[in-house]
Ligand binder design. Structure first.
Ligand SMILES: [Zn+2]
Length: 319
């Protein structure tokens, strides 16, 4: 069995308010189809019956399960990327351990948790293959090398596991995806006009193909957090429309028998454009795949700490 982790930075479950929440406004037919016609909103998840602590509130459809995960993790203040991502990747409540939410890039304290062991190191130790399928441009490696740029939590976890970060060569060879999925951003913003450009649908198909090469494939999409900070509804609309087409290609190419796909996030942001800051909203855990696997995966999933243990259990059990 395989696992595809599609990480969307800064996407919470917000209110059904098209004035502030692009998920309440923008048509996302493929995502909505997956959710049985519902939108990616907090009220898509039916409430559990009072007094039933064993049952977690979730939306179940033919192909997907949607849960709300707590991203605040019992700590005051707004959740941040470094501590949220480190929690997703280690299963440790990192904000509680260090006493605060922190981000966007890991400080020493957060970095230590990631270096001491994470999802990628655990998989490698047990002989499983894992890959971060994002491609990083040449300037990124130069900036890391010179110390001008710090690793964010996800590439730090991957590098700590001794896994390579994929490069422009990988992207050109069809073995990676750019951060914007299509490659257009490399042409427009990075001055790399030779970059091959994919349609969002084709990018989704490629994501499924790349996931097929390893036990765990991970893709980090951070433009969602940027769009939230920018409070720009038009760029949010473009982004979500494109993301929906990526999902369409992925869902068409993905066979539910081969494993699970998880879309989740580190904290809210994009779902409330009334603020340029992060939000305390729960984040979605949207799981796509066979019902029995989804049920097992979500059985003890309540907050960000549950994700890594659930992935490891799934890959362990699904040999
Ligand atoms: Zn942010």
């Amino acid at each position: 069995m395989r696992f595809l982790f599609l990480f969307l930075d800064g996407v919470g479950l917000g209110a059904d308010d098209p004035g502030i929440n692009p998920f309440a406004l923008v048509e996302m037919p493929h995502l909505q189809g997956l959710l049985g016609g519902d939108r990616l909103l907090l009220d898509a998840i039916p409430a559990v019956e009072a007094g039933d602590p064993t049952h977690v509130a979730s939306l179940q459809t033919e192909r997907a399960t949607l849960l709300a995960l707590d991203a605040s993790l019992g700590m005051e203040g707004l959740p941040q990327s470094a501590t949220g991502q480190a929690t997703l990747l280690t299963g440790v409540n990192v904000p509680a351990a260090i006493g605060y939410h922190y981000g966007p890039k890991p400080n020493q304290a957060v970095a230590e948790f990631l270096r001491n062991g994470n999802l990628f190191t655990t998989l490698r130790r047990s002989g499983r293959s894992a890959a971060l399928v994002n491609a990083y441009p040449p300037g990124y490696f130069a900036a890391i090398e010179s110390g001008r740029r710090l690793f964010s939590a996800i590439p730090l976890a991957v590098s700590s596991a001794g896994l390579p970060l994929r490069t422009s060569q990988d992207l050109f060879a069809g073995m990676a995806l750019s951060a914007d999925f299509t490659g257009q951003g490399w042409r427009d913003r990075l001055g790399l006009p030779e970059t091959p450009v994919l349609s969002p649908y084709k990018a989704g198909e490629r994501l499924a193909a790349l996931a097929r090469e390893v036990d765990l494939a991970f893709f980090e999409f951070w433009l969602s957090d940027y769009a939230g900070h920018a409070q720009d509804l038009e760029s949010a609309r473009t982004l979500l429309t494109s993301l929906d087409q990526v999902l369409s290609g992925l869902l068409a190419a993905w066979d539910d028998e081969e494993g699970l796909v998880l879309l989740t996030s580190d904290h809210g942001n994009l779902e409330d454009l009334s603020t340029r800051r992060h939000t305390p909203n729960p984040v979605p855990a949207l799981l796509i795949g066979d019902r029995a696997h989804r049920d097992a995966f979500t059985a003890s999933l309540r907050d960000l700490t549950g994700v890594t243990p659930a992935i490891l259990n799934f890959l362990e059990a699904g040999i």
